[in-house]
Design a protein around this ligand. Structure first.
Ligand SMILES: Nc1ncnc2c1ncn2[C@@H]1O[C@H](COP(=O)(O)OP(=O)(O)OP(=O)(O)O)[C@@H](O)[C@H]1O
Ligand SMILES: [Mg+2]
Length: 477
């Protein structure tokens, strides 16, 4: 491709076209010419033009039609229309249809050059814009994480910033909200991605073994320690570590430069908490039964579904460790607070399980979706994923109706939502009713206090922070 700007001139007037070509060439452009509309369109289709000059009156098609066709074939191409004095109306129409500008005959070449320069500048800015947007999308490659809601979009934005750093992250979120998924995505989008991601499920490992799991042990450190063993921290050296509860231990290979994921960090016994704190501060571990420190470069991501701050207040979690782990908090919202994600998640899981089970893509009927939307999803995305898997495995027809849904979902979602002090025979959905009650009381208190939160909190016997948290959780504005 030529470096010069290729300007396609579509004009049936041969002498006029030749003059134009000459002038364009002299001005440093690469003219390409077509004597009718069809020829011009073919050249555009062929990618032979960077900009188009088209006469409004041509034998086969008029310039307006050509303009419309070019807009379709190559929307990024700018078109300048050349018109006689008499056709001002068409010129206006051409502008409306997206022509970049129009020039009246006889053409003032200096004027034309300015128009061309402006059109090229616009194209340059646009392509830069497209490029920037593409780059942004690439950076947002948390593609395995579905989230259309604004709450999840905020999470993605935050993740994008966090992934590039080495900062310690604490992921908060109810069970099944995607804490581990997010921890992995942070690892895989950061500079440690080529190294290990080592997950440790602090709640699933017996207390007596956790220390040696994390930090390793020296041969002879205790009965059964027949050889040296490296711990999860060493395994994650130069990477990230994520502390969790559900993962099996031992399935991760020892690898350098990784991430350690400490899941269910809240279950870690106090004496280990102080050891962990020391490891984080010193960036080195000592294997159990050894006094030789081993230098580490490990990123730590931990997760909890417990209220760690409350645990700090109660003394079961060290405050200094909490602050050390909570350098960057990342809060995952429960599914019931982001209903917009429901349909995209259902589609995602239908796609996944239909594919896995080798059946044609199933669809969800509107009433079935409504029922899913009414349900409270205490188990969050994990629960939804399991429900969809069951539907794909058990539903015979390809369209899922409300009757195919598990009874706990249809029952709970059919129940009255309002406050119900009198338990009716069909029962209530208690968690929803309690939330509704809280919402009403907060709204009332805010009304009574003229929107002053501190005063509303006083009326409710709450401190201001608790009120603000509740408002956020319940979506009270
Ligand atoms: N936004 C999401 N998009 C797609 N899949 C998701 C999303 N969130 C969670 N999942 C899926 O839901 C399941 C549960 O996610 P994950 O294990 O990360 O949750 P968790 O918060 O660690 O749960 P727990 O507290 O129970 O350990 C996984 O299979 C995960 O892939
Ligand atoms: Mg988990």
């Amino acid at each position: 491709m030529s470096e010069l700007t290729r300007i396609l001139v579509i004009d049936d007037d041969e002498p006029g076209r030749q003059v134009m070509e000459l002038l364009l060439k002299k001005a440093g452009f690469a003219p390409v010419s077509a004597e009718n509309g069809a020829q011009g369109i073919a050249l555009v289709r062929d990618g032979q033009a960077d900009l188009v000059l088209v006469d409004l009156f041509l034998p086969d098609k008029n310039g307006i039609e050509i303009l419309q066709e070019i807009r379709q074939i190559a929307p990024e191409l700018e078109v300048v229309v050349i018109t006689g004095h008499a056709s001002a109306e068409s010129a206006v129409q051409a502008m409306k249809l997206g022509a970049f500008d129009y020039i009246t005959k006889p053409v003032n070449f200096e004027e034309l050059k300015i128009v061309i320069a402006k059109a090229r500048e616009k194209q340059r800015l646009l392509s830069e814009n497209v490029y920037l947007r593409k780059q942004l999308q690439e950076r947002f490659q948390f593609s395995s994480i579905i989230g259309a809601s604004s709450a999840m979009q905020r999470v993605f934005e935050r993740m994008q910033r966090i992934a590039k750093t080495d900062s310690t992250v604490l992921v908060f979120g109810e069970s099944g909200t995607g804490k581990e998924l997010v921890a992995k995505a942070l690892h895989h989008n950061g500079r440690r991605k080529g190294h290990a991601f080592v997950a440790v499920n602090c709640g699933a490992i017996p207390e007596t073994l956790l220390e040696s799991e994390l930090f390793g042990h020296a041969k002879g450190a205790f009965t059964g320690a027949v050889r040296d063993k490296i711990g999860k921290f060493e395994a994650a050296n130069h990477g990230t570590i994520f502390l969790d509860e559900r993962d099996k231990i031992g399935k991760f290979e020892a690898a350098n430069h990784g991430t350690i994921f400490l899941d269910e960090i809240g279950t870690m016994p106090l004496h280990l908490q102080s050891k962990l704190l020391r490891v984080l501060q010193e960036q080195e571990v000592e294997r159990v039964g050894s006094t030789k420190p081993i230098k580490l470069d490990v990123r730590v991501i931990s997760a909890t579904n417990a209220d760690l701050e409350e645990q700090v207040r109660q003394g079961s979690f060290r405050e200094d460790l909490f602050y050390r782990l909570n350098v960057i908090p990342l809060q995952l919202p429960p599914l019931r607070d982001r209903r917009e994600d429901l349909l995209p998640l259902v589609s995602h899981f239908l796609d996944k399980f239909c594919h896995l089970m080798g059946r044609p893509l199933m669809t969800l009927s509107k009433p079935a979706l409504d029922a899913l939307e009414r349900y409270r999803w205490p188990g969050n995305v994990r629960e939804l994923e399991n429900v969809v898997e069951r539907l794909v495995a058990l539903t015979e027809q390809d369209a899922i109706g409300p009757n195919d849904l598990p009874v706990e979902i249809t029952e709970a979602s059919g129940r009255p939502k309002g406050i119900c002090l009198d338990l009716s025979p069909e029962g209530i959905d208690m968690p929803t009713a309690i939330e509704e009650l809280e919402r009403k009381m907060i709204t009332k208190a805010l009304q009574m206090s003229g929107g002053v939160k501190a005063r509303a909190a006083g009326l409710l016997g709450l401190n201001r922070t608790t009120l603000v948290e509740k408002m956020k959780r319940l979506g009270v504005t």
